[in-house]
Design a protein. Structure first.
Length: 189
């Protein structure tokens, strides 16, 4: 009778530890998932903004080229028909003003597009951290389940190790730390 109680007591403490571990890991995963989803939305916005800015850059570059071509046509017309040169002066001035505006706007647009790409890349690093956290937490929950099934502490200790790793990467992502194992991301990509 006493032997059964001591075995039951050991099993109960393991089951309690497994249950608490699973609850803590699940809550952490749920919170990290919300943060990760918000981060992914910010990534999508940054990428969309970058694409829009590069499209604007291309549009302005094309408009500048067309304006320069029109200006060249006016200059050719002035050479071919010098008597009409005065009548093109207002158009020529307007075209030169447009070209000056494009010369200012095009590099600014490219700079803003590069900034959005840099923002996307920074957010992507934190998304990778959330992905590693999620994977480590899933492994931890699986190890905890195995611990309960085989009634051994070793798988639970492994679960705690993976859970700790997942917590480190999840916290690093939430706090914006630069902890980023590029080798692991490359291996899993």
């Amino acid at each position: 009778m006493e032997v059964e109680l001591s075995v039951e007591s050991k099993q109960k403490s393991l089951n309690h530890a497994v249950a608490i571990t699973v609850v803590i890991l699940s809550v952490f995963m749920g919170i990290a998932k919300i943060k990760d989803d918000n981060l992914v939305q910010a990534m999508q916005l940054a990428k969309a903004d970058a694409v829009d800015l590069w499209a604007e850059y291309q549009s302005r570059s094309i408009k500048k080229a067309l304006t320069e071509n029109t200006l060249q046509q006016i200059e050719i017309s002035k050479v071919l028909n010098p008597a009409q040169a005065a009548r093109f002066a207002p158009q020529e001035a307007a075209l030169r003003q447009k070209i000056a505006g494009y010369d200012k706007a095009i590099p600014d647009t490219a700079s803003r597009a590069r900034a959005k790409e840099a923002e996307y890349n920074a957010l992507n690093n934190h998304d990778d951290q959330y992905d590693i956290s999620d994977a480590a937490m899933a492994i931890a929950i699986a190890c905890a389940a195995v611990a309960a099934l085989v009634e051994l502490w070793l798988p639970l200790l492994v679960a705690w190790g993976f859970g700790g790793l997942g917590a480190v990467f999840g916290i690093a992502a939430a706090l914006g730390w630069s902890l980023h194992p590029a080798w692991l991301v490359t291996l899993l990509s």
